[in-house]
Design a binder for this molecule. Structure first.
Ligand code: S6P
Ligand code: ZN
Length: 194
């Protein structure tokens, strides 16, 4: 018997890897060459293999951008590595519409989610497979891979959130996640060891 009403989903999430497949999925990649002034050690970044991938993003955007009431879904894969002593990480952003929150959850690998409020107060949460992170409204968010394998996490955020990268490009985060004595350390006024 054929059932023409029950259809297959347009997108599938691999529950082990966190990766997305399906026609609507859009993929992008950030390489060393694309991340000018993101890491503290520009000199090291410049001497690295420029086409080396740092992180990859897969998104499912079923609504038009800025649509109120919709949701977007994404997978981020951060490769293991460092620029100088700083772990490979995402650029990080505030949402353009500040009053919008987001969920992140770890699928594979290990890392740290770095959060910063509008007063530049900074804190961080360990990310491991199964860790769930509620990124409250008005917080800048960035993830660093502290492990030896890819860090994969999923994200879900409102379709009208938008992205404000300019503020981070101008002022950066108030702390950086660096490796010190083989340990990740969040370097700000106060050091936090993980
Ligand atoms: C979108 C969500 C993620 C990031 C991705 C890459 O709101 O937070 O999908 O876009 O992790 O990070 P970034 O900071 O380069 O956008
Ligand atoms: Zn976001």
């Amino acid at each position: 018997m054929q059932n023409e009403i029950i259809k297959n989903s347009l997108v599938n999430l691999d529950i082990y890897s966190g990766q997305l497949t399906g026609k609507p999925v859009i993929k992008s990649i950030k390489k060393i060459a694309d991340l000018k002034n993101v890491f503290a050690d520009e000199e090291s970044r410049f001497t690295m293999q420029q086409d080396k991938p740092v992180y990859e993003v897969e998104v499912y955007l079923p609504e038009e951008e800025d649509t109120e009431g919709g949701l977007y879904f994404g997978t981020t894969i951060i490769h293991p590595g460092k620029v100088g002593s700083e772990y490979f990480m995402t650029r990080g952003h505030f949402h353009a519409k500040r009053d919008t929150a987001e969920y992140y959850w770890g699928m594979q690998g290990e890392g740290v989610l770095i959060l910063m409020d509008s007063e530049r107060n900074i804190w961080a949460e360990k990310m491991i497979p199964g860790s769930l992170h509620y990124i409250n409204r008005a917080l800048a968010h960035r993830v660093a891979n502290t492990g030896a394998s890819p860090l994969i996490f999923n994200a879900c955020w409102p379709s009208d959130a938008g992205h404000n990268y300019e503020e981070i490009a101008q002022n950066g985060f108030a702390a950086r996640l660096i490796e010190e004595n083989s340990q990740p350390v969040l370097k700000s006024e106060i050091e936090v060891k993980f």
